[in-house]
Ligand binder design. Structure first.
Ligand code: GAR
Length: 201
């Protein structure tokens, strides 16, 4: 069986993208073949992180996402899976449809809490703090045409103490993301491959 090909889209620091790259280094199941970022290198750590692991991040523009150029890039990369790892632009419907059942997103809260438009990165952790929530966490979910509304694949939670600042909440959530994101992707791909081989028996 050929290795499954993963494309990652990121917008910022790229710590999750890095974890995913590290996880699949040397894997017989899958490999990260392409990483794209909608911010320039000066504003996004993901370029340096992937370069250190031997993969150049491709800069993309918001317009290229809308006009189908990014979809072409993904097809050219022969991506089987698309992973949104801190990607902050809305995915156009054609791309969602093309990768139905093989595009996933990570969100830094326990969806449906603290999700939707404008809820990303530190905005989420500030809202968690402002609401006085006693727990937060991360959600991995399928990507659909609406923000943060696809079926949940996996969630993990952490306690929020009354004196935790948004930065501390962010750190706790990032730890969960780094612990679980890549292994959830791995499990999904493993299942999908097993299903496909069953169908071919
Ligand atoms: C992650 O916490 C991810 O959950 C969040 O952006 C961060 C990216 O960090 N995504 C969203 O807020 C999407 N709505 P990273 O660039 O270090 O991986």
């Amino acid at each position: 069986m050929e290795k499954q090909r993963i494309a990652v889209l990121a917008s910022g620091s790229g710590s999750n993208a890095e974890e995913i790259l590290r996880h699949f280094e040397g894997s017989a199941l899958a490999e990260v073949v392409w990483v794209g970022c909608n911010r320039p290198e000066a504003q996004a750590g993901v370029y340096g992180r992937t370069r250190a692991l031997g993969l150049e991040t491709t800069p993309i523009q918001a317009d290229q996402l809308k006009d189908g150029t990014v979809l072409k890039m993904l097809r050219l990369a022969r991506a089987d899976w698309v992973v949104l790892a801190g990607f902050l632009l809305r995915i156009p419907v054609e791309m969602v449809r093309d990768f139905q059942g093989s595009m996933i997103n990570i969100h830094p809260s326990l969806l449906p809490l603290f999700g939707g438009k404008g809820m990303y990165g530190m905005h989420v952790h500030r809202a968690v703090k402002a609401a006085g929530a006693e727990e937060s966490g991360m959600t991995i979910h399928w990507v659909t045409e609406e923000y943060d509304e696809g079926d949940v694949i996996f969630q993990a939670s952490c306690a929020v103490k009354p004196d935790d600042e948004p930065e501390q909440i962010a750190q706790k959530v990032a730890q969960l993301e780094h612990r679980y994101f890549a292994r959830t992707i791995d499990a999904l791909i493993r299942d999908a491959v097993a299903q496909t081989s069953l169908q071919h028996e």
